[in-house]
Design a protein around this ligand. Structure first.
Ligand code: PRP
Length: 182
């Protein structure tokens, strides 16, 4: 068991709750992608744990791709503002594509990424997120599948970091305000 430091205020979503919800969402995804050739894109780094667990909970065969992107400015223009540090290797034209995110906050990253990938003419593109903070949204976008909606708190664990720490926690926790307010 990972050590709980005093930087973590509390557990928000337990490993058991995450596993249960992933099974439910995996079943929804299997129903939608039945018989389709699916490419899932992991948006590094935060999504890596969710991606690994979600894809293993699905029955649909899937090929894996990885991207590293970051957004800047607002996602209100049609192109969005996206910087791509690592792109996928395969051609998605005519393919079913599922983007896997750990969290949607302002929505700018997802907005820019969806628009960028749409220019490559996939047959279908959807997104699934572990966490959604709808109260923070500024971009005009909402995920197709959400595991958990959460309040506007600083969350860490299960892939999410604070200064690159805590991604390896098996649960989602809330970071103590004292850590980032000083
Ligand atoms: C996080 C998260 C999303 C994005 C969401 O990535 O993984 O990609 O921010 O924020 P937004 O909705 O306001 O655009 P981050 O840039 O922290 O990188 P990381 O996944 O490597 O930690």
């Amino acid at each position: 068991m990972k050590t709980q430091t005093n930087e973590i205020e509390r557990e928000l979503i337990s490993a058991e709750q995450i596993a249960k919800r992933i099974k439910e969402v995996a079943a929804e995804l299997d129903a939608y992608y039945d018989g389709k050739e699916l490419i899932a894109i992991c948006v590094l780094k935060g999504s890596i744990i969710f991606f690994a667990d979600l894809l293993r909970a699905m029955h649909t065969p899937v090929s894996m791709e990885f991207m590293k992107v970051s957004s800047y400015g607002s996602g209100t223009t049609s192109s969005g503002k996206l910087s791509v540090a690592l792109d996928i290797l395969s051609n998605i034209e005519g393919k079913y594509v599922l983007i896997v995110e750990d969290i949607i906050d302002s929505g700018n990253t997802m907005y820019g990424l969806m628009n960028m990938l749409r220019t490559r003419n996939p047959a279908d593109i959807r997104m699934v997120t572990l966490l959604d903070k709808p109260s923070r949204r500024t971009a005009d976008i909402s995920p197709d599948y959400t595991c958990f909606e959460i309040e506007d708190e600083f969350v860490i664990g299960y892939g999410l970091d604070y200064a690159e720490k805590y991604r390896d926690l098996p649960y989602v926790g809330v970071l103590s305000r004292s850590v980032y307010e000083n």
